[in-house]
Design a protein around this ligand. Structure first.
Ligand code: UD1
Ligand code: PEP
Length: 429
């Protein structure tokens, strides 16, 4: 199993190209199941989760073609994938494939909407809480699907097609919104989704669906209206920049000091988190086509944060921010309100000398003047990268085991950081 070795202490200086967003690319790829025409997606990141989803889609009968890299083209920028769901051979997504990642469950929506039937295993994904799918099932049932749970599978049927409905989510759910949105595009009549997720990835999906011929209004607000159409066509779409990757590298430079240009990204995708970084002492400046982040050497200030759905502070940046706060000049409180078990990084950060006390949904982080390198274990995607951030600032050597978690969501992580001066390498095997 691969490991990552970091020798901490070097500031980060240079440019980091931000990849396309994993959490946008996944639902966009799934949306290709809604049409028999070709969906071409550009800026798709090269990640384990993308390969896993391609396996699931191939199993359903989706043809895909990955456009070849042109000579001289960077290995860290995304790929273009053409997906054709013209010849679907199966509407079942099996346990062995779906259990590896959460988003794969969402294939249930386009399969049901287009073919009237889907049988999809309950999902997997990061172990950060119980993560039920009751709200996704509720949305499909509202649209007229009959739902049965059979041997760990959700079996959804709508022999006469889906019907537009009013879907009120009792809590904000990104996956629930993606599922309701995709299913509603082919339902008969109008669907209104209330308390919808406002995440940029939902907007990206809606924009692509509109290019495919869907009638969607209000994406990016908490009420989305969809007028169903009888068929959707092909489209070409570029995946939006990864705001979590952007925030992660911004926090890394706030931690190590230095001066970094984050290229191909946009501040409005993570304004809340950037404002918090500003309060912590980083100098964050929007530039043409990116964001410049510097730290002036005056130390890191403690800032209290609470995770919230967009536009609040993202739960997917909570672990990285906690790593930063381990070196702050004082104590900060970090409250996690989205997932009940998303503090797995705490015990690993403690190995590096961090002082963190857990109390219910909150972590109290008492900043220390130095962290010391140690062997640590990645437990989930964002927790793993928080250990990278801590390792970059720790004295001596940090080795991170179970790097496959990182490979799910960070494209060319060690290459991007090494090019900016970090002493980081992947140990294979
Ligand atoms: C692939 C992808 O895009 N994953 C993201 C997505 O996950 P995902 O779509 O799984 O997260 P949700 O927004 O659905 O989850 C939010 C909360 O709702 C709960 N819930 C959700 C569905 C449901 O049927 N019942 C229920 O109770 C969850 O347990 C959680 O407490 O949004 C999360 C919240 O921003 C991010 O951390 C994940 O990175
Ligand atoms: C939690 C995440 O992914 P997933 O929903 O696939 O587990 C994530 O991207 O941080």
């Amino acid at each position: 199993m691969d490991r990552i070795r970091i020798r901490g202490g070097a500031p980060l200086t240079g440019t980091i190209p931000i990849s396309g967003a994993k959490n946008a690319a996944l639902p966009l790829m799934i949306a290709s199941l809604l049409t028999e025409e070709t969906l071409e997606l550009a800026n798709v990141p090269r990640l384990a989760d993308i390969s896993s989803l391609l396996r699931i889609m191939s199993n359903l009968g989706v043809d895909h073609m990955i456009a070849g890299r042109r000579p001289g083209e960077s290995t860290e920028t995304g790929q273009t994938i053409r997906l054709s769901a013209k010849s679907i051979i199966d509407t079942c997504a099996p346990y062995e494939l779906v259990s590896t990642m959460r988003a794969s469950f969402w294939v249930i929506a386009p399969l049901l909407a287009r073919f009237g039937h889907a049988r999809v295993s309950m999902p997997g994904g990061c172990a950060i809480g119980t993560r039920p799918v009751d709200l996704l099932i509720m949305a499909l049932a509202k649209l007229g699907a009959a739902i049965e749970i059979d041997g760990g599978y959700v079996v959804a049927t709508a022999a006469k097609g889906l019907k537009g409905a009013e879907i009120d989510f009792p809590k904000v759910t990104v996956g629930g919104t993606h599922v309701a949105l995709m299913a509603a595009t082919l339902a008969e009549g109008t669907t209104v989704i209330r308390n919808a997720a406002r995440e940029p990835e939902v907007v990206d999906l809606a924009e692509c669906l509109v290019k495919m011929g869907a009638k969607v209004q209000g994406a990016g607000t908490s009420e989305i209206a969809v007028e169903g159409v009888s068929r959707l066509g092909g489209a070409t779409h570029e995946v939006l920049p990864d705001r979590i990757e952007t925030g992660t590298y911004a926090m890394a430079v706030a931690m190590t000091g230095g001066d970094i240009m984050l290229a191909n990204t946009r501040p409005e995708l993570l304004q809340f988190a950037l404002d918090v970084l500003g309060q912590a002492g980083a100098d964050v400046t929007p530039t043409v086509g990116g964001i410049r982040v510097r730290r002036n050497g005056n130390g890191i200030q403690p800032v209290d944060v609470t995770t919230d759905p967009f536009p609040g502070f993202p739960t997917d940046l909570q672990a990285q921010f906690m790593a930063l706060m381990t070196r702050a000049n004082g104590t900060s409180r970090i409250r996690e309100t989205i997932f009940e078990n998303r503090f797995m990084h705490v015990q690993e950060l403690a190995r590096l000398g961090a002082r963190i006390r857990l109390d219910g949904d909150s972590a109290y982080v008492e900043g220390v003047p130095t962290l010391k390198g140690a062997p640590v274990m990645a437990t989930d995607l964002r927790a793993s990268v928080s250990l990278v951030i801590a390792g970059l600032a720790a004295e001596g050597e940090t080795t991170i085991n179970r790097v496959y978690h990182l490979d799910r969501g960070f494209e060319a992580l060690e290459t991007k950081l090494a090019r900016c001066g970090a002493d980081i390498e992947r140990l294979r095997g």
